[in-house]
Design a protein around this ligand. Structure first.
Ligand SMILES: C[S@@+](CC[C@H](N)C(=O)[O-])C[C@H]1O[C@@H](n2cnc3c(N)ncnc32)[C@H](O)[C@@H]1O
Length: 438
């Protein structure tokens, strides 16, 4: 039987190999590799609930190897093919109360331990087994490839043997890590202050009175940058693929830092256009000049008018020939994209996206990257390929700096100007707000 429990402790039926506290203890468990000793749940959301663990008996944690097809079907069938949903629903008894509704059915089978690291749709084994020919140079192997219905799992993913609840916040933020780790030599907090100084923000607080709130950190590693933005009331979407290292995003989530598996490869990131006030890349090793700048053009789509791109990478400061060449190519590309250098200091360069179309229109005819065609919807994101073009501002678009949004936290309840673009007036927004919140 498997059930959810919110008490700290040792998985029942398992010897307590974890008398140690902290991360080191995790890695000593029963000869597990570090990666195996972290929680793997059905999906990533589960991993951010530090107090929730799934308890198992020893027998359930170590089932006989079985193929997924041998696994018993349960009455709760998230992995069933769509056609089976109706049949599955008829197996689920009608529930009268919420408690009954959320009672975990006792018949959910536990996946074999070899699937304890499984991430649905990002499963490398599946990629090999299905012989998907993915272009590695375009990072397609780090993008989502979901299994066909007959290969989906219908079982609970067990935590690795000896899994221990994560270090509590804020200790997790300051812990050093066996992979990647904070590379901000001066400390992430000082690095963030230095960025604010470069932007001449009063008081050197990067949130700029709430005007910088949404940040995208691409190639985030273990998301230290995002961790140190939190006290400033800045929320970073920290993004990295599950690459050849240990799973960095798993580490970040275990540290208590919001982050997500994602890659700048061939598909648009799942955010609408003009979502972020600032994008950040420190040593992210992304080849920004490839494919006519398609990856930078994706950042251009995502940045709000006047949004910043903070770039701290050897290409920006190293003087060897290879890095210089990349730097000049990058600098030239961004000039053609009409981004202007706002500040440059030590290892960091900051650009800003333009506030209007005027620079685009002044470019020589035939300048690359071209403007996107008027039928391109910059807000179409799900499974949409990136495009190597600049999204111009339209007449109805709010192009004031920061999309004309109120600073945080007022923006939480104020009508976003963007609503008018889709025909909703501030009045209607206020009326809706009143009917939602009474
Ligand atoms: C050296 S680490 C730097 C981590 C972090 N920014 C820091 O400064 O500590 C490089 C990061 O870039 C990520 N990365 C490389 N190519 C990427 C791409 N195309 N899209 C997103 N992340 C990428 C890697 O997975 C890794 O997290």
């Amino acid at each position: 039987m498997a059930y959810l429990d919110s008490r700290p402790g040792t998985p029942s039926g398992l010897p307590n190999t974890m008398g140690l506290s902290g991360w080191r203890g995790l890695f000593w468990a029963r000869g597990c590799r570090p990666k195996q000793s972290l929680l793997c749940a059905c999906d990533y959301e589960l991993r951010v609930w530090p107090n929730i663990r799934i308890l198992f008996t020893a027998r359930e944690l170590c089932p006989e190897p079985s193929s997924p097809t041998q696994i018993k079907r349960s009455s709760f069938a998230p992995g069933l093919p769509r056609a089976d949903y109706a049949a599955a629903a008829s197996l689920v008894p009608r529930h009268e109360t919420l408690d009954e509704l959320f009672e975990v059915p006792k018949s959910i089978p536990i996946c074999d331990m070899r699937y304890s690291e499984l991430i649905p749709c990002l499963d490398r084994n599946l990629t090999y087994q299905l012989k998907l020919k993915l272009n590695l140079a375009l990072m397609k192997h780090y993008e989502r490839h979901c299994p066909p219905p007959e290969r989906r799992f219908n079982c609970l993913i067990p935590p690795p043997i000896g899994y221990k609840i994560p270090i509590r916040w804020p200790a997790g933020r300051d812990e050093s890590f066996p992979v990647g780790g904070p590379i901000f030599m001066i400390g992430a907090d000082k690095y963030i202050t230095a960025i604010a100084e470069m932007l001449k923000i009063p008081g050197y607080k990067l949130n700029n009175g709430g005007n910088i709130r949404n940040v995208l950190d691409v190639g985030c590693g273990v998301a230290s940058f995002g961790a140190y933005l939190l006290p400033l009331n800045i929320i970073a979407m920290s993004l990295a693929p599950n690459d050849v290292h240990e799973n960095q995003i798993q580490f970040a989530l275990e540290r208590g830092i919001p982050s997500t598996l994602g890659v700048l490869g061939t598909k648009r990131l799942p955010y609408p256009s003009r979502s972020f006030e600032l994008a950040h890349c420190s040593r992210c090793r992304i080849d920004w000049v490839q494919r006519d700048g398609i990856l930078l053009l994706e950042l251009d789509r995502l940045l709000r008018p006047g949004g910043y791109f903070v770039y701290s990478s050897p290409e920006a400061y190293a003087h060897d020939a290879a890095n210089r060449r990349i730097w000049y190519a990058l600098y030239d590309l961004l000039r053609r994209m009409c981004w202007r250098v706002v500040s440059r200091r030590d290892q960091t360069v900051i650009w800003a996206k333009p506030l209007s179309n005027s620079c685009y229109l002044e470019r020589n005819q035939g300048t690359n990257p071209p403007l996107c065609s008027s039928d391109d919807d910059p807000d179409a994101i799900w499974n949409v390929l990136m495009k190597a073009c600049v999204t111009p501002y339209s007449a109805k678009m709010h192009r004031e700096k920061g999309s004309g949004l109120e600073p945080w936290p007022q923006r939480l309840t104020a009508a976003p100007p963007r609503l008018e673009e889709v025909g909703v007036s501030p009045d209607e927004f206020q009326k809706d707000t009143v009917s939602f919140y009474g």
